[in-house]
Design a protein around this ligand. Sequence first.
Ligand code: SAH
Length: 486
Amino acid sequence: MRQSYEWPEDNSVTINGDFVDYLPVFLDLRGQRVLLVGGGAVAARKAALLQAAGATLRIVAPRRCGEIELLCTQPGTEYLAVAFEPAQLAGCVLAIAATDTADVNARVAAAGRAAGVWVNVVDEQSTGSCLMPSIVDRSPVIVAIGTGGASPTLARRLRASIEALLPERMGELARAAGARRGRVRAALPALTARQRFWEEFFDSALAQQILAGASNAADIDAGFDALVDAARAPQAAARGGAVWLIGAGPGDPDLLTLRAQQLLQQCDVVLYDRLVPAVVLARVRRDAERVFVGKEPGRHRTTQQRIHELLIEHTGRGRRVARLKGGDPMVFARGGEELLALAQAGVPVIVVPGVTAALGAASSARIPLTHRGAAQSVCFVTAMGEAAAALDWRALAAPLQTVVFYMGAAQLPQIVARLVEHGAPPERPAAIVEHATLADQRVLAGHLRDIAAQAATATVRSPALLIVGDVAQFAGLAPAVGVKTA
Ligand code: SAH
């Protein structure tokens, strides 16, 4: 039979299962005495953790390592250079057996049981009466992971997944909420109204802003008051929308940032470009509305003006809009124009960087963009359309640098001709990375004299980047997926 245990005060704990081996609790150890038996590196790690939790330590070990010696200088810490004796448990609420002798550890456990003191035996969880969990620390938010002693390795792996899932500033968010609980209790006396308010708060653009580190205390207060007001007058429908300008990276969904993934799971609508592949879109919350605003062959491009209007319309309806762009939103992505339009309309914005195509291409084709003696600087350029004439081609043709051309696939011959005309030697290495980081990535390695012809033969398709400079030789060396050399 499955049972469910619920803690009625805050409904925060539900444990399902036939029985519970261990009950997770959080101990307030401030000012409490804890016995630590052991003087080695393992004991030192536990000692540091216990001291961080405010415990007063009694350390028992005939010999101690340097770290323990250092920890013993903490005020209140007692050190006994003797063997373990049950009498040392007097006045302790908890004991940790951290010696490398199973026999001593077992004696601590038995003495603890007899004296009614909780005992944790390090690395031998079945002997003691309590376990030390793996911890994800976003204080005051703490996640404790236990496997009932079945597998510390599994606990560590779970911890790594949860670490990646929980935003770094989760603690700040919790503190921001905690500091305002009184205000909410006063404004919304009904429990259900308060519960609904907090749900909305943690879903809100304000909460995301706190997690992104994009708010100061005054912003938080103002945003919070607006949310409280909206909750008191639900008809006013004043829930604020926001735009999250998110870099989708060069294509491989695993190159999304953690913040991008977190926000893509929260948005109500996503406006995306042609460069955002389906595998990345698949990471967007399933019930979010998807709006394509790129240019498709044979169809009209959504104008930049129309994109601004859409962003403002959606946010005006209180929606959280993910504006998802290929690569980085601040690199050849008209991010600046969108930022200006949104600032004018008073819409809050969070910008999330992405791996720009040049960086994605460089790593997946294994081309270092800088290299001692070959390139001291790197330059990202777009040579599209009329703007190309205004570029400083002499500077781009200079040696000892790497120049990465975005949006150049269609005008390769012109780019190459201009570089050579302005002094670049035809022997200068050049590489093309097509569909970088995607399953069908291709790399062409050559020189200015032949790269355009190679691209024509191979019918290179957009998106592709041209990388010019001595470092492009690396493209010929690397056995990357799909490499084709001259
Ligand atoms: N904001 C984007 C750039 C948009 S401009 C970024 O930071 O990456 C579009 C150009 O980027 C394309 O024409 C192409 O040159 C380049 N590009 C984008 N994704 C690419 C990819 N996966 N492989 C190669 N080039 C890419």
